[in-house]
Design a binder for this molecule. Structure first.
Ligand code: NAD
Length: 298
């Protein structure tokens, strides 16, 4: 029976972009300059090209300036690091995003480490990671930030809730866990080496799946009424047709979960909206203004 509430990330992201546009125009009026986001793309990865195109489009739609830096696959690490240095010192640029993955001959850690933490709108720099875990104001990775906004909107206070995060990556699983902890949930992180995933997941009030394994989370893994946030984006082929599915077996979990995000149309749209929020907050911080309070956004 289909009784779950479907959390529509497209609608929430569109509302968020509208608020960012309004807050952005107040900011522009007060400092007389537009927030600028530099997007760096290396190579021809088709998925990266789509992501970058959408990021650029939405940056312009909220009234910010998008600076595009596209390089061939064979750019040297030194050239890329020099570009980042230049962007770090360019006052027109408030945020820098380097689209991952980078080609194998480039050390991504070195490149991300070169980005000035105050312009690190992806929130991947160790300074921002440390600030997030110690409760200081930080630029927070966009996808977990988007998940947090959805959770907060849907559930309000999650103090004492039992949250399980599947996946421990630096860009989703770990920051997601930190945000849930910050909201006073009891958090368990499970991963590829965890024993009896099903038993741990089935006790979760909030279950976040960030794995990259299509349809992995079965209905028996989900507690009746739980909130299920599916971060996974997996391209599979069914009957010769390409389909996008999450890490959650959506068709079967939908009758068990209380609330669930679909794929596509759940977490995905929130990621870019949060990138714009981070760009605005980076610009505000560079003008000595406080970050926008999340509670004021909905
Ligand atoms: P990752 O590969 O870096 O990390 C995956 C994590 O899942 C690892 O920590 C690993 O331990 C765990 N894992 C792998 N197999 C497992 C298994 N069988 N059981 C339990 N845990 C297992 O991936 P990521 O970058 O964190 O991304 C995860 C998923 O989220 C991918 O599908 C990715 O495409 C998607 N994603 C979506 C967005 C978005 O905007 N919606 C953004 C980032 C990532």
């Amino acid at each position: 029976m289909n009784s779950s509430k479907i959390i529509d990330g497209k609608v929430v992201a569109s509302e968020l972009r509208q608020k960012i546009k309004t807050l952005g125009s107040d900011f522009i009026e007060s400092v007389k300059s537009k927030p600028g986001l530099a997007v760096v793309l290396v190579g021809e990865n088709p998925a990266s090209q789509v992501y970058v195109r959408n990021k650029i489009l939405q940056t312009k739609e909220v009234g910010f300036i998008s600076y595009e830096y596209k390089y061939p696959e064979n750019i040297s690490q030194e050239e890329l690091l020099n570009l980042i240095k230049k962007l770090n010192s360019d006052l027109a640029i408030n945020g820098i995003l380097v689209q991952l993955p980078l080609p194998k001959h480039i050390d991504s850690v070195k490149v991300l480490d070169m980005i000035c933490p105050s312009k690190d709108v992806d929130g991947f720099h160790a300074i921002n990671v440390g600030k997030l875990w110690t409760g200081l104001d930080a630029l927070i990775p966009c996808t977990p930030l988007g998940c947090s906004i959805l959770i907060k909107r849907e559930l309000g206070d999650i103090s004492g809730a039992n949250a399980v995060v599947i996946g421990r990556s630096d860009i989703v699983g770990k920051p997601m866990s930190s945000l849930l902890l910050k909201a006073n949930a009891s958090v368990t992180i499970v991963h590829s080496k965890t024993k009896d995933l099903e038993s741990v997941c089935s006790k979760a009030d909030i279950l976040v799946a960030a794995v990259g394994v299509p349809n992995m989370v079965r209905s028996s893994w989900v507690k009746k009424g739980a909130t299920v946030i599916d971060v996974g984006i997996n391209r599979i082929e069914v009957d010769g047709k390409k389909r996008l599915v999450g890490d959650v077996d959506y068709e079967n979990v939908i009758g068990v979960a209380g609330k669930i995000t679909p794929v596509p149309g759940g977490v995905g749209p929130m990621t870019i909206a949060c990138l714009l929020l981070n760009t605005l907050n980076a610009a505000r911080a560079q003008h000595k203004m406080d970050a926008i309070k999340l509670d004021s956004l909905f």
